[in-house]
Design a protein around this ligand. Structure first.
Ligand code: NAP
Length: 436
């Protein structure tokens, strides 16, 4: 019953607290999950941005008021909360993603039960402490740490939880959707990806190199929007590869707390094994240009570090060109022209983000139309979403819901259409006002 604008004020206070504690939160994030500090600050900032955006929704949250087909009758629709939102999140954006989910859930009047990844419980705890300080009433925000099998299943199976908002792998998402379907529960899924950058023959290759490098090796390739494929028109494969190779060699691998470091560690030993095994597959499918090794010497030995890796002459349907590796491994896929680039880009079961580098306005617009992804960038890499537009993927990256933007409210609300008849008599729509 708290009025929505009042709820919005609590969100605003939370955003302001995050801003005040940004550096502390970012450092804690880097220490817990490894991303370099500049990116950890960006992760916190996304949380702040969505808190402020959703705080404003407390005073918008518009429904519709439309004319009735009958005289002396009022017709309108309003949003109402679903009840308890179950929020299950991954480790790669341990503050941004929980905020992307909790903020719209809370401003629309739901309570939340939040289960973070087992790899990032500390980040979650810091966030929820600030939510308590911001003034959410007791019982509105609930944090439960623990494994997916134990806590996650309990949230998904609980008849008291009306909606599950999940971000993570496609495998887990599919299991959650199946379990939740037994209760006809609403499920919003943001899942895996195999994002691609297309570089056409007329592209600014220095700009493309900047974009590919940041998208492929930022967050050690562990962004949901990371580019693991670059699809290149044959005429510019060599000059692009030369640039990529030189710039990748210069990347510094190490602790995310060191400001000179570009690429931090992978999340855990399992992730290193996974990347290593895909590099093994890549060696049989394509040409290793550089990288391809775990860091086993010096300060990095014993950590979860893996060298930024580039494969050339990858086929669009090769396993390293198709499967999500979620690490610093980039596949360069040569193609003949725009048409084959577009086909290669779309020949994947995923569809989160894509980009095209070109100076040809016609080809840019074709790409905006043709690429089968929820996000398309022109002359930028595949990462860098802003919170006021919808965020989410096509195909097996999701199930049609969107985060961020005001459309995120759809996930956490039920619509109610309301008719008020002030004629003082029974009026039957479609009957009394229509010829027999
Ligand atoms: P994950 O292994 O699927 O885990 C995600 C969350 O689900 C964790 O909290 C995990 O808990 C929990 N979980 C595991 N099994 C569960 C079950 N049976 N029931 C309920 N919850 C369960 O994914 P991840 O490795 O953390 O994250 C990486 C993946 O996320 C990648 O595939 C990436 O593409 C995807 N991702 C997608 C987006 C997007 O917006 N599309 C954004 C970020 C990441 P435990 O930690 O306890 O296992």
């Amino acid at each position: 019953r708290t009025p929505a604008p009042k709820r919005g004020e609590i969100l605003y206070a939370f955003g302001a607290l995050m801003a005040e504690h940004k550096e502390r939160l970012a450092r804690a994030m880097t220490r817990e999950m490894g991303k370099v500090l500049a990116e950890a600050r960006g992760d916190v900032q996304e949380g702040i941005d969505i808190a402020y955006l959703m705080a404003g929704e407390g005073r918008r949250m518009a429904g519709e008021t439309v004319p009735s087909e009958l005289p002396d009758k009022w017709a309108m629709s309003i949003r109402q909360p679903l009840g308890v939102a179950g929020i299950i999140t991954p480790w790669n954006f341990p503050m941004a993603i929980p905020c992307w989910k909790t903020m719209p859930a809370l401003v629309t009047g739901n309570t939340v039960v939040f289960k973070p990844s087992s790899d990032t419980p500390h980040c979650a705890t810091l966030l929820v402490e600030l939510m308590a300080e911001a003034g959410f009433p007791p019982g509105v925000v609930n944090l439960v740490t623990g494994s997916g099998g134990e806590v996650g299943d309990a949230i998904v199976d609980s008849p008291d939880v009306s909606i599950i908002s999940f971000t993570g792998s496609s495998t887990t998402g599919r299991e959650i959707a199946q379990r939740a379907a037994r209760r006809l529960k609403r499920v919003s899924l943001e899942l895996g990806g195999k994002n691609g950058v297309v570089v056409l023959g007329d592209a600014d290759l220095d700009l493309a190199t900047d974009g590919v490098l940041w998208s492929a090796f930022g967050t050690t390739g562990q962004r949901c929007t990371a580019a693991s494929r670059v699809i290149v028109e044959r005429s510019v494969v060599e000059p692009l590869l030369q640039r990529l190779e030189a710039r990748t060699r210069a990347l510094r691998l190490g602790s995310g707390l060191d400001p000179a470091v570009d690429v931090g560690p992978l999340i855990n030993a399992g992730a290193v094994d996974k990347v290593d095994s895909y590099v093994g597959i890549g060696r049989t499918e394509a040409e290793l240009v550089l990288g391809g090794r775990r860091a086993t010497e010096g300060d990095l030995a014993g950590g979860h570090f893996f060298e930024p890796t580039i494969f050339a002459a990858v086929g669009a349907m090769d396993r390293i060109g198709q499967e999500e590796i979620f690490g610093p491994v980039l596949s360069v896929i040569p193609v003949d022209d725009y048409g084959s680039a577009m086909l290669a880009l779309n020949q994947t079961r995923y569809g989160l983000s894509s980009s095209v580098f070109t100076r040809d306005i016609n080809k840019a617009f074709r790409a905006m139309r043709d690429f089968e992804t929820g996000i398309v960038y022109v002359n930028a890499g595949t990462t860098g979403a802003e919170v006021h537009l919808p965020f989410g993927g096509w195909k097996e990256t999701g199930n049609g819901h969107r985060e961020a933007g005001h459309i995120a409210l759809d996930t956490y609300t039920e619509w109610k259409s309301i008719y008020v008849d002030f004629s003082g008599r029974l009026q039957r729509a479609q009957i009394d006002n229509q010829p027999a």
